[in-house]
Design a protein around this ligand. Structure first.
Ligand SMILES: [Zn+2]
Length: 362
């Protein structure tokens, strides 16, 4: 994850998203209406229309985690969660249909509802080839949001985002300095290790040139075709991620070649080091900032958000008792009044309470 840009806005609207996307297009030098770029978002309404207007050719994915959270409201069974993710992560249409059929065996309505959420935006099977990005969820954003939780409590100037970013770049630079430039990044290597482990269940048939037939000897016994010249596998993963799948690795082994020659260079340590070559410059304390002759920013006006207003916004600590409800507190006072005055009826206790309240100085 590399946070490229962040913005603090009054309100999330189409206008603010358009403003942000406009700056992003300029800064990242995005041409040809976003052709070749992949964006993943959390289904924000303003963003969807801004993307359609400004970057119609970019691929706009929706976070599968958000799709799942909405879908789960109707289909709560925990066992269905695994099936949902199997659908999201199926790398080709046949596997997608197979996984959907498996889900339909449990819940026909659930499988129908999934198709209503436009899987082309969140299921791996529909992602265009060559993006070198197999992400179906927005974990990157979640991590970013998590990292700035503390910063959200600060006014803009003292927000901690710049501090955290500076620290992050420095830490990654120092970390990568210990890695060999000729290697691939450790996290990618971890992913590859899983695929390498899977090759024990693959049986390879080689045509002597670039073509391979790889059959799973376990599970459904499906077989796929691999072409090492074109870096493709009919399972769909190799060409999508730029990383060999277990079938491609089996073919690489069979033909006695080197896995490293079939990993896209974007996963190399050399590339990682290039990304972290530039760092944020230290900034002077705001006492030494030049005074601007521009008008001072005005505090935004109060904006009432849609939905029922929350009565108590303070987040309670873990283990802290919830706020006493008014009716509960009234009932307790009545009970106390009954005990103190030996009143036998509710009406008598209420009368005593009211009298007591009148005597209290306001
Ligand atoms: Zn494959």
């Amino acid at each position: 994850m590399y946070p490229v840009a962040w913005a603090v806005v009054e309100k999330e609207t189409t206008e603010t998203w358009e403003w942000f996307i406009g700056l992003l297009i300029k800064d990242l030098d995005i041409n040809d209406q976003g052709e070749g770029w992949v964006f993943i978002s959390d289904q924000q309404k303003g963003l969807i229309s801004a993307m359609q207007d400004y970057l119609p050719k970019a691929q706009h994915r929706m976070c599968a985690r958000h799709i799942y959270a909405n879908w789960k409201k109707k289909f709560r069974e925990h066992a269905l969660q695994k099936k949902f993710w199997a659908i999201a992560k199926a790398a080709n249409r046949e596997d997608f249909m197979y996984r959907k059929a498996k889900l339909a065996q449990d819940t026909l309505e659930g499988a129908r509802d999934i198709m209503r959420t436009e899987p082309k935006h969140w299921a791996r099977a529909f992602f265009p080839v060559g993006s070198l990005c197999d992400s179906v969820d927005n974990n990157l954003c979640e991590s970013f949001n998590n990292a700035i939780v503390e910063a959200r409590f600060y006014p803009i100037i003292s927000m901690l985002i710049r501090h955290k970013m500076t620290l992050r770049v420095q830490e990654n630079r120092s970390k990568s300095a210990k890695w060999k430039s000729s290697d691939i990044c450790p996290n990618i290597f971890k992913k590859l290790k899983v695929a390498i482990k899977m090759t024990q269940f693959c049986d390879v048939l080689w045509n002597g040139k670039e073509g391979f037939e790889v059959k799973h000897v376990s599970g459904r016994g499906r077989s796929y075709t691999v072409n090492l010249d074109k870096w493709t596998c009919s399972c769909g993963y190799f060409q999508l991620a730029g990383l060999p799948c277990c079938h491609a690795i089996s073919a690489i082994y069979k033909s006695g070649r080197n896995i490293a020659d079939f990993i896209h260079k974007c996963y190399s340590v050399e590339q990682f080091k290039k990304i972290y070559e530039h760092c944020l410059e230290p900034a002077e304390g705001h006492e030494r900032w030049p005074v601007s002759d521009k008008p001072r920013p005005q505090a935004p006006g109060y904006v009432s958000m849609p939905g029922r207003p929350r009565k108590n916004d303070r987040k309670r600590e873990e283990g802290e008792a919830p706020k006493e409800r008014k009716c509960q507190s009234m009932a307790l006072k009545l009970l106390a009044a009954c005990v103190a005055t030996r009143a036998t009826t509710r009406q008598a206790a209420t009368r005593i309470l009211k009298k007591g309240r009148r005597r209290m100085p306001s």
